[in-house]
Design a protein around this ligand. Structure first.
Ligand code: ADP
Ligand code: PHD
Length: 475
């Protein structure tokens, strides 16, 4: 590639991808730009497709992968496959209408789907033999299935844009046709090496093959890793994420589009806190690469092309201490382990608990300790929570273990060091008659976290936003 340091790398999220006209008119042909080039696009699967291929991101309802992994005798993954195939063909119909290009698009994606379905069927029958364990192959199955979603959306977008006269190039990073594992960085460098960004517009798959497995390392939201790696390796001038909404002071769907305000600027610290809560302004590991390479990140609203969006840099700090965002996480399991013997040796207990949590690959959102108890706040499905409970009971037979489903609601800002900020936040919650289960504020002064009963999530977000953002004096 002609490294010019004069290009941007831009990711288009799944919700935006499902609205092609908006992507074409507002992003590709953004009126503020002279021409569509000097940009690299990295695209996610259309909204809902990865949920059908793997499992629902929020509810964990199993898709093809979830069903395939569940039981060798259960053949319901075949029905799940039929569902995702139909959904992908429906999307093609809507985008291309009838004609040659639609046939080409169908042929492309059907080949991948058929290849994958055959591979799963073969694996399933192989694993009927005692010598083969399904579990040994599931990680590869997950990678294979995930990659189909982004191959679909990227192929379609490149070909739709070609129809509009743009020299768009489909960049397939899925590694579908390669015969040996390749390093992710090598694959990206190879793919972009021969491209002249002055006259072609690469549309790259948000899924990228890697020796260790993209899903295994980063799991859902992985397209941001591909995006970040491409931005770093091609030395982008700026990295841009296009989303359905502005990065706002709270979820517009929950608090109301008229009440939230777009965030003008913020820093990577804030982005990390948001990602930790599952808001995914950007995948925290993706942010690390951009931050280290000093590439700033802009989050833009697909539907308001004139708006500059939110600029995330490593250096920004708000002029005055303030709460920038109220966000939260539902479906959190609080595991409280209490043992009188823990007194004076909390560390010893914690090391073992953490090793079990890691073994089960459960994500930790927060934790707190007292002299004789440790509580981990974990984000996982019920199945994993039950598994963890069994293991903890086995390893700590003397301990009392309490498991509760909670939510975490958090007020976040790049600088929140102001006397009275915490009191104001507590008052906002207390006024609603909500009882606080736990409260965390770290020395880094970038967030205040409330652990609450699940049912209070919406009410707490709305109340905190009202008292800390809507009524806060303008800075
Ligand atoms: N502070 C916030 N600002 C903007 N969106 C938010 C915020 N908190 C939660 N959301 C929610 O995030 C969701 C995901 O954003 P979206 O642009 O649809 O993602 P993707 O681009 O990955 O498809 C939106 O449905 C929105 O309601
Ligand atoms: N489609 C993948 C990857 C991704 O990052 O998607 P999105 O940009 O829509 O969050 C997923 O759902 O995990």
């Amino acid at each position: 590639m002609q490294v010019s340091n004069n290009h941007t790398v831009e990711k288009i999220g799944g919700t935006s991808m499902s609205q092609y006209e908006a992507v074409r008119d507002n992003i590709i042909f953004n009126p503020a730009l002279k021409n569509p080039y000097q940009r690299v696009f990295v695209v996610s699967a259309y909204a809902g497709i990865t949920n059908l291929l793997l499992e629902h991101k929020k509810t964990a309802e199993p898709g093809v992968y979830g069903r395939f992994a569940q039981a060798e005798e259960d053949q319901s993954w075949i029905e799940a496959f039929a569902l995702v195939r139909q959904k992908m063909l429906d999307i093609n119909q809507e985008l291309f209408g009838d004609g040659q290009l639609k046939n080409k698009a169908d042929k492309f994606i059907l080949r991948r789907l058929d290849d994958a379905e055959r591979a799963l069927a073969d694996l399933n029958s192989l694993c009927q033999h005692g010598h083969f364990e399904l579990d040994d192959h599931l990680a590869k199955v997950r990678e294979m299935l995930a990659s189909i979603g982004e191959a679909h959306s990227a192929w379609n977008m490149a070909h739709l844009l070609q129809k509009e006269g743009v020299n768009a190039v489909f960049v397939d990073l899925t590694g579908w046709n390669i015969d040996k594992a390749v390093d992710m960085d090598e694959l990206i460098k190879d793919a972009f090496f021969s491209l002249d960004l002055r006259e072609c517009l690469p549309i790259a798959t948000g899924y990228c093959h890697s020796e260790k497995g993209l899903m295994a390392t980063f799991d859902r939201g992985y397209s941001e890793m591909t995006f970040s790696r491409i931005a770093v390796l091609t030395q982008a001038n700026e990295a841009i994420i296009h989303k359905e909404y502005h990065l706002s002071s709270a979820d517009p769907k929950l608090v109301g589009e008229d009440k939230v305000v777009p965030i003008g600027m913020t820093n990577y610290d804030v982005a990390d806190q948001l990602a930790n809560l599952g808001m995914e302004a950007i995948h925290p590991r993706a942010a690390k690469g951009l931050r280290q390479s000093e590439i700033s990140l802009r989050v833009k609203n697909t539907f308001e092309p004139q708006h500059k969006g939110t600029l995330i840099t490593s250096t920004y700090v708000s002029d005055k201490p303030k709460v920038e965002i109220v966000a939260g996480r539902q479906q959190v399991y609080a595991f409280e382990l209490f043992d009188q013997d823990m007194m004076g040796q909390v560390n010893k207990f914690d090391v073992k608990i953490l090793s079990i949590i890691n073994e089960l690959k459960i994500e930790m959102v927060s934790k707190d300790v007292t002299a004789n108890s440790i509580t981990h706040y974990l984000s996982c499905n019920l199945k994993k929570a039950k598994r963890l409970l069994v293991l903890l009971e086995k390893y700590f037979p003397e301990a009392e273990i309490n498991l509760r489903k909670v939510c975490i609601v958090s007020a976040i800002g790049s600088d929140m060091q102001e006397a009275g900020m915490l009191a104001k936040a507590v008052k906002a919650i207390a006024e609603q008659g909500i009882s606080i289960q736990a409260l965390h504020q770290s020395m880094r002064q970038v967030d205040i976290q409330f652990v609450l009963d699940e049912k209070h999530f919406d009410q707490a977000v709305i109340a905190l936003h009202q008292h800390l953002v809507e009524t806060a004096p303008e800075v």
